[in-house]
Design a binder for this molecule. Sequence first.
Ligand code: PLP
Length: 377
Amino acid sequence: MKDLQMVDLKGQYAEIKDEVDASFKEVIESAAFINGPQVQKFQKELEENLGVKHVIPCGNGTDALQIAMMGLDLKPGDEVITADFTFAATVEVIALLQLTPVLVDVKPDTFNIDPEAIKKAITPKTKAIVPVHLFGQSADMDEIMEIAKENNLYVIEDNAQAIGGNFHSEDGKSYKTGVIGDVGATSFFPSKNLGCYGDGGAIFTNDDKLAHTIRGVVNHGMYERYHHDVVGVNSRLDSLQAAVLRAKLPRLDKYNDARKAAAEKYNAAFTGQEGIVTPVITGKPDTHVFHQYTLKITNGKRDALAKHLQEKGIPFGIYYPIPLHSQKAYADERYDEADFPVTNQLVKEVLSLPMHTELDDEQINYIAKTIKDFLNQ
Ligand SMILES: *Cc1c(COP(=O)(O)O)cnc(C)c1O
């Protein structure tokens, strides 16, 4: 059996090696390391792929979220609602900008932000909602967009885990996740579904004015050389990373299909197994691109199983072990434990298994059998 890994980036590189090596050589020989032709071409290609007017590349996914928020007219103390169950970057940038994060509970089936909880958390100070398409599955964007419209709120999509995924609206139209709200942010961290070979990120929007603002924010607030109109940051995607992303983008659907096929094989292997709930897809099958394959272990044995997997050398992840509202940095007396029943339960039950484009049947069957043997002993 091939070595088990949570993410197998070497196997994926082998297939695109010639292309990537050649463009790396070209970038190095041209010395156009920053904002060179590779970055500009990638920007255009991603705009086309996502069906969005503007892609603004930047340094990483956390920056992308921060810059998206800096581009909107948000002021210190404005409240921004986001999910209690996500990677900390989402809430971190809200706090960093001196906005007030308001964490709300998620849904027990999809792990995505609960529109009912959003409604309850809205106050006169609320200015924005940040849905996260967690683990690769689109959040309930119809409900979220409707709540935003009724309450005059911005929607900033955290699409770091769901690039290439789809959302099918009740209006009959289909969209790529990340381009539905006012602005979207993604990450090209190596292990993401579209990953480069270092750090990278991008912001998406259909709003011309916002795109213009953001293009200045990523570049020290400059719209004209050495004229600094707003306080900005320095956040860039470099040409070498853009070259990798250009090789991978045409293969993104194929990569996401491989992830989905692996997820289906895991699902089949766990069918009927007591104590396991496999991932639930509430929309059409292509609304989930399986950034993570996350089980719920519902018989109280999650930690014992994790220990067993560790002993057996099977990689796994606990995403996420602590609710954000319980983290020291984000605790707030406004929170009541009774408002987070789902997240408080999920942190005790979730277990993510190896998920990448190179998983084979032998590996999947071995992982599933090891888990089932343990739970059934
Ligand atoms: C990875 C990730 C980010 C941050 O991306 P970086 O490129 O690592 O900064 C933000 N939000 C979510 C949900 C993520 O998974």
